[in-house]
Structures are given as C-alpha cells and as structure tokens.
Design a protein around this ligand. Sequence first.
Ligand SMILES: CC(C)(COP(=O)(O)OP(=O)(O)OC[C@H]1O[C@@H](n2cnc3c(N)ncnc32)[C@H](O)[C@@H]1OP(=O)(O)O)[C@@H](O)C(=O)NCCC(=O)NCCS
Length: 172
Amino acid sequence: MTSEVITSEPRLVRSVQETQSEMTELILPNDTNVLGNLLGGRLMHFIDLVGAMAAYRHSRSNVVTASMDHIDFISPVHVGDLLILKSSTNRAFRTSMEVGVKVWVENAVKGTVRHVASAYLTFVALDRVGRRIVVPELKPATSEEMRRFQDAGRRREIREQEQKRRRSNQSE
Ligand SMILES: CC(C)(COP(=O)(O)OP(=O)(O)OC[C@H]1O[C@@H](n2cnc3c(N)ncnc32)[C@H](O)[C@@H]1OP(=O)(O)O)[C@@H](O)C(=O)NCCC(=O)NCCS
C-alpha cells in the first residue's frame, strides 16, 4: 500500500486543454513483425508514453501507470507509416487520473489518415519519494469533455467492481 501525502491546501483546477498531448512516430523495421506490421506491444508502449504526458501535464508530478483498461487494435500499421497519438485527461479522482488516448496512422505517401486504436489508462501521481499526492481537479468545458468525464466515472465503478471480484476469487 502506497502512502499518501496529507495536505490541507485547496486543489488547483485544470482544463482538459492544458493536459492535451501529441506524439508522432515513424514506424521502422525494428517496430514490426515479420509481415512488416507494427507489434501490439510496441503500440502499447507508445500509448503508455503519450498517456503519461497528459497525466504529467495534469498533475505536474511524477506519474506511474496503474492500469490500461481496454485497447482495440482496429487495423494494422505498416512499416513506413506515421503514427499520430493524442491524449488528454478525462477525469481526475483523488490521486489518480483517467487519460484517453486515440491513435491514427498517416500514410506519408498518400496523405490519408485512419483511426487505428483507442485506449483508457489510469495514472497515479507520486512525489519524489514515491508517496501518492492529490492531483488538481479537472473541469470539463465542452459537452464532449463532459461526456468523457462522466464515462470515466462509470469506467472507474466497473474497474472497482472487477477488482473486488478478483480479490474475492483469490481469497477463496
Ligand atoms: C498504482 C499504485 C501507486 C497504487 O497504489 P496502492 O497503494 O495500491 O493504491 P490504493 O489502492 O490506495 O489506490 C490509490 C489510487 O490508485 C487508484 N488505483 C489503484 N489501483 C488501480 C488500478 N489497478 N487501476 C486504476 N486505478 C487504480 C485508486 O483508485 C486510487 O485512486 P484515487 O486516489 O484517485 O481514489 C501502486 O499499485 C503501484 O505503485 N503500482 C505499480 C505502478 C507501476 O510500476 N507502473 C508501471 C507498470 S510497468
């Protein structure tokens, strides 16, 4: 169990925009399997990195990945493609934040862009000695941001129920 820093200071408030992050990667042979398709694990690594950027911008502290909820690999990415990853914080809880990541691929020759993956990750903010710290609140401004905020709350409930179920199975 990680300890938490107790503070009486009022929580800062951040906008979704302040957390938005973007990363572009050129897919090289080392990133791919024998068919020249991007490896799933490599894609998850990029998703983790761009997700951490949004959590870092939200908390302005060290962050660790607590979970990656769900990831759909919609279509393959090939060597030579440009991978575009965008992330933003969907909701801040107490010491954790849910971040959404969406990934597109740009065919550099044709200039076409297609959606290839989406994922939700939870990051926990830690201080320099590894204690959990309370993160700023997130204030959704648009109807889309509000929808993501509410969906993140529902996903947290599902995660918690699933965690309880797993723990009770393990103790049997
Ligand atoms: C993530 C971690 C800091 C949580 O610490 P803990 O003491 O088990 O946490 P608690 O159960 O007290 O929960 C603390 C917060 O983390 C959240 N959390 C814990 N486990 C979680 C999970 N699996 N998924 C989502 N959120 C989680 C809790 O909801 C809580 O959030 P809140 O403060 O916003 O309400 C700890 O498990 C850890 O250090 N894990 C390893 C992280 C890591 O190395 N990541 C890289 C993996 S390769």
